[in-house]
Design a binder for this molecule. Sequence first.
Ligand SMILES: *Cc1c(COP(=O)(O)O)cnc(C)c1O
Length: 225
Amino acid sequence: MTVKANLEMIKQQINEACQKVNRKPEEVSIIAVTKYVSTERAKEALEAGIVNLGENRDEGLLEKWKVIGDKPVWHFIGTLQTRKVKNIIDKVKYIHSLDRISLAEEIDKRANGLIHCLVQVNVSGEESKHGLAPEEVIAFVESLRQFKHISVAGLMTMAPLTNDENFLRSCFSKLRTLRNQLQEFQWEHAPCTELSMGMSNDYKLAIEEGATMVRIGTALVGEDG
Ligand SMILES: *Cc1c(COP(=O)(O)O)cnc(C)c1O
């Protein structure tokens, strides 16, 4: 399938999900996750109208960046080792995986401009998942005030791999509740407008539960091209 055809299908699904809950499709940004595919395929996504690209490894991001440059908005979506921050920091606008102070310190030290960070939350409590426990999030976000180069754009989660719709919904709605609590503080360093949740197999549910950024790889660009 071409990216264009996949994108049309996904946009249709997004429209339907939005209609169900009275949201506007413009509130949802699609991040094309290109980690499995070639630079050529990433370029195809841009030609199809995608503006946000997401990578989860510094090597993958750099390889594509060399060819594509800064035309798209780049998102770093994966676990980020502190020592790799310097490789990607001047190339990305968003980092979706902020989960510890040592990482925030390094981002703040290396950044020249403002980096929009999403705090990763392990809502489901699965041991294999990265991210803060929900009850740690508010104090963590408050402590990020000290970093001049970090703006807390919102929260991110990876839901467990399951078809249990109710469980997925409960994960997404917990993240939304937490984001809403943070917004109420009206902290200048933490506008928290974004909810990054939903991937190929669960983005419709995530949108029904309030996602503003969906990170879609397989369903959009495939996993081997
Ligand atoms: C790979 C990845 C995605 C996209 O996964 P798909 O199931 O292929 O859509 C989204 N978010 C993160 C953090 C990922 O690592």
